[in-house]
Design a protein around this ligand. Structure first.
Ligand code: UD1
Ligand code: MG
Length: 461
């Protein structure tokens, strides 16, 4: 089946410099969801009509293998958009699927059900409908095209809000912006659509009335979940759609055996994976291609982006982890910051106010309080004391620090890179280390403490 996405409109109601279909829902542009639902329903031949800020839209879909068509007049209307892609479907003798680019909540399941419904109608009613459209009942249908039907339940026409009479406005069944048109019949009528008197636009929905006037049959298919048909025409509708999508994703992961506490506060993007028995606490954000392994817990307010968390890890409250890997059994946070391809090894502990950048911590490493670890390798079972700073930047370049196994770096030490510290070294607290240290050596650099008798504070009377 061929599918055409309409994405050329001005999106005036968005009041935005950015094309409407590029506004994000959970970190992905609206258009991504539309392409994704088509692909998940097995549609491979996809065309897209662009017009307003065409180059931006094309760029956003460049890795998606879609055919691009241009609509010259951005105020032409949805019918004009379909005419602009005539090369895509003129000789097509099957059903052309047309979907609004601002309908990201429709699911691939619904699309598959529609396809099945169409073949059942063909098989049992021995009719070939000229069009099947997705509809739903909305308690408040304001703004949508209303589906007007005859007594047999067939569609007679769709009337747009602006053209609807008082009676028609009372109809709650709305047009969901997804249609399957038998292409030869669409061709028969589409050039006969007259522009709207109200707006001058050529409405695709007018094609339905022209079809039924010719005696063609048009049917509607009701979406089981009315949130699917929500069209996104302004920023508040975007916010509502994002919420619907967010809750769907959370429900999906809960059903797969993960606990989500206070779901109204949790943000999980569509490419995230939870492997089971994961526990997510309130206000967590999981972004990009993040994966959370079995049995791991992600504490309140933690933000993880493009990060792999292996099994039985604890990422404690308010930690931020980006583009990094946390290996099994490790504990990170509360209030830790891990970034830029860092690796926190098995069973290691990185505690509060520790920042780790481009560094690999091997197994059982401990850096539990107030440290900066940058451009370093730290061998297994090494302890980094409170307040240790890896001085990796000399003002011009970044340098590496290599620390071996079982090393003890005392609190508040300064390690000046480039630096190599071998295994079993002991560095006393407060040392400034600016040269390499050999295996098993002890290092201390500390100004001598002077105690002057009786020169402290005066005693209070
Ligand atoms: C449209 C339907 C309405 C339906 C609703 C569902 C028409 C005339 N009306 O209304 O019946 O209930 O969707 O959400 O179709 N577009 C173009 N070129 C244009 C105009 C629009 O490509 O000249 C694209 C837009 O980028 C958008 C889609 O078509 O992705 C729908 O356009 P929009 O203006 O949002 O139509 P609605 O008023 O929502
Ligand atoms: Mg719309």
């Amino acid at each position: 089946m061929r599918a055409l996405i309409l994405a050329a409109g001005l999106g005036t109601r968005f009041r935005s410099e950015k094309p409407k279909v590029l506004h994000n829902i959970l970190g992905k542009p609206m258009i991504w969801y539309v392409i994704n639902l088509l692909k998940n329903a097995g549609v491979t031949d996809i065309g897209i009509v662009v017009g307003h800020k065409a180059q931006d839209v094309i760029k956003a879909v460049e890795d998606q293998e879609v055919k691009v068509f241009y609509q010259k007049n951005p105020k032409g209307g949805t019918g004009d958009a379909v005419i602009s892609s005539l090369d895509f479907w003129r000789d097509y003798e099957d059903y052309l699927l047309v979907i609004n680019g601002d309908s990201p909540l429709i699911t691939s399941e619904t699309l598959k059900q529609m396809q099945r419904f169409l073949s059942l109608v063909q098989e049992y009613e021995k009719t070939t409908p000229s069009a099947l459209l997705l509809s739903s009942f909305l308690p408040d249908p304001t703004g949508y095209g209303r589906v007007i039907k005859d007594e047999k339940g067939n569609v007679i026409r769709i009337v747009e809000e602006k053209d609807a009479s008082f009676q028609e406005k009372q109809v709650n069944e709305i047009n969901g912006g997804l249609y399957m048109f038998y292409a030869p019949h669409l061709f028969d009528v589409i050039f006969h659509i007259k522009p709207s008197k109200e707006t001058g636009e050529v409405y695709l929905t007018q094609a339905i009335e022209l079809m039924t006037k010719k005696g063609y049959i048009v049917k509607s298919f009701m979406a089981s979940d009315p949130t699917e048909v929500l069209g996104i025409n302004n920023r508040w509708e975007l916010a509502i759609a994002e919420n619907v999508m967010r809750l769907r994703i959370l429900k999906y992961w809960a059903e797969k055996g993960n606990t989500i506490h206070q779901p109204e506060s949790v943000w999980i993007e569509p490419d995230v994976l939870l492997e089971g028995d994961v526990e997510i606490f309130p206000n967590v954000s999981l972004k990009g291609k993040t994966r959370i392994g079995k049995g791991s817990k992600i504490g309140n307010g933690a933000v993880l982006e493009n990060t792999v968390v292996e099994e039985n890890v604890i990422v404690d409250a308010y930690s931020v982890v980006r583009n990094s890997r946390i290996e099994s059994g490790a504990v990170v946070g509360p209030f830790a910051h891990i970034r830029d391809e860092s690796v926190i090894g098995k069973n290691s502990h990185v505690g509060n106010f520790v920042e780790v950048k481009k560094s690999k911590l091997d197994e059982d490493v401990k850096a539990k309080h107030l440290a900066y670890i940058g451009d370093a390798f730290i061998g297994s079972a090494t302890n980094i004391g409170a307040g240790v700073v890896f001085a990796n930047f000399d003002g011009k370049n970044k340098h590496q620090t290599h620390i071996g196994k079982n090393v003890f770096v005392g609190s508040n030490s300064l390690l000046i890179a480039p630096l190599k510290i071998e295994d079993f070294v002991f560095i006393a607290g407060g040392s400034v280390v600016n040269k390499d240290i050999g295996t098993g050596d002890f290092a201390i650099s500390r100004p001598k403490l002077r105690v002057v008798k009786g020169k402290g504070k005066e005693k209070l009377a």
